[in-house]
Design a binder for this molecule. Structure first.
Ligand SMILES: C[S@@+](CC[C@H](N)C(=O)[O-])C[C@H]1O[C@@H](n2cnc3c(N)ncnc32)[C@H](O)[C@@H]1O
Length: 294
């Protein structure tokens, strides 16, 4: 198993302090010790670029993201997610569905079943929602697209509006931990059922601790291996995302947590039955689905 050695832990600290030359030298040492590691090989290439540009502003590119999301383990991950959703729609026949943080409908669209008569989609990215809107034209259901955050949507929704099902696929973790109880309570008030799909990962406390860096290295080694022939994914998506977590000005945008914590929070919000179903053993962590009912 590839792990973060002490050289690389120091390399990440140097990167955080914007000492890119030291970060590269220390990564070269780590790579010499674990020469079979694709991770260290790719980290070296990435840092060579950073040293040359003298800047850590190496953003993940849209092309890198597109190739990432449509390849590797994302294919079975999304196939399974949509299949589980479709099974739930077919068995429970929710006639009204609200998807919060729907993106471009990558998980939702293949799952849609005739049982759903009205669909509401909340998504702050107008570009993603427009793309979803075009694809929804092929479906005969009443759809309402809301280009805004859940917070803005909540403030505008009428008191008596409810849905038979509310779902969040890989979007619940974008909410701040302090906002989550309110979001989940709102879901319990407005939805008969709630479906959440997330990854089961540890709580990341201190991002610069050897344990957290070690977890990231171990998982990214697996992730990179799924795209070993796709330079664009490795250098223009996975490596920028990896190092972005440790940049001097890095701001946390995702707040993942263990499945057991989601389970407890959903129960505390007011759902009496919460069922957990494994979805796919993804490189970053096992994906699971929580199905909660009143
Ligand atoms: C990882 S994507 C998942 C997209 C989609 N559900 C899927 O399964 O492919 C997370 C989504 O949450 C959206 N999001 C972020 N903050 C949000 C908020 N405050 N309210 C609603 N959606 C939000 C993002 O714009 C993004 O599309």
């Amino acid at each position: 198993m590839i792990s973060a050695d002490s050289h690389f832990t120091k390399a990440v600290h140097a990167y955080h302090q914007q000492d890119f030359d030291s970060a590269l030298q220390l990564t070269e040492k780590a790579s010499a010790v674990q020469s079979e590691s694709l991770f260290y090989q790719q980290a070296k290439l990435f840092l060579q670029d950073v040293v040359q540009k003298k800047s850590s502003d190496v953003y993940a590119s849209p092309e890198g993201f597109e190739a990432f999301i449509r390849g590797g383990g994302n294919i079975p991950l999304y196939t399974n997610t949509s299949a589980h959703l479709n099974q739930i729609y077919t068995e429970d026949e929710p006639s009204t569905l609200l998807d919060i943080g729907v993106g471009d409908g990558h998980a939702l669209l293949p799952a849609l079943s005739p049982a759903i008569k009205r669909l509401d989609c909340v998504e702050p990215s107008a570009a993603m929602l427009t793309s979803l809107g075009k694809k929804l034209e092929a479906h005969s259901l009443e759809s309402h697209l809301h280009p805004m955050t859940w917070q803005a949507f909540r403030d505008g929704v009428s008191r008596d509006q409810t849905w038979q099902m509310i779902q969040m696929t890989f979007s619940a973790h974008t909410f701040l931990p302090e906002d989550r109880p309110e979001l989940l309570r709102w879901c319990a008030e407005k939805g008969t059922q709630l479906v959440i799909v997330e990854f089961d990962v540890p709580v990341f406390g201190d991002m610069l601790s050897a344990e957290v860096i070690g977890y990231y290295v171990e998982k990214y080694e697996l992730g990179l291996a799924e795209y070993r022939d796709q330079e664009i994914v490795m250098q223009r998506f996975l490596m920028p995302v990896f190092f972005g977590n440790f940049a001097h000005d890095s701001q946390r945008l995702t707040f993942e947590q263990p499945a057991a914590n989601w389970h407890t929070e959903v129960q505390n919000a007011g759902f009496s039955t919460v069922q957990k179903v494994p979805v796919y053993d993804y490189w970053w962590g096992p994906a699971f689905l929580l199905k909660a009912s009143q």
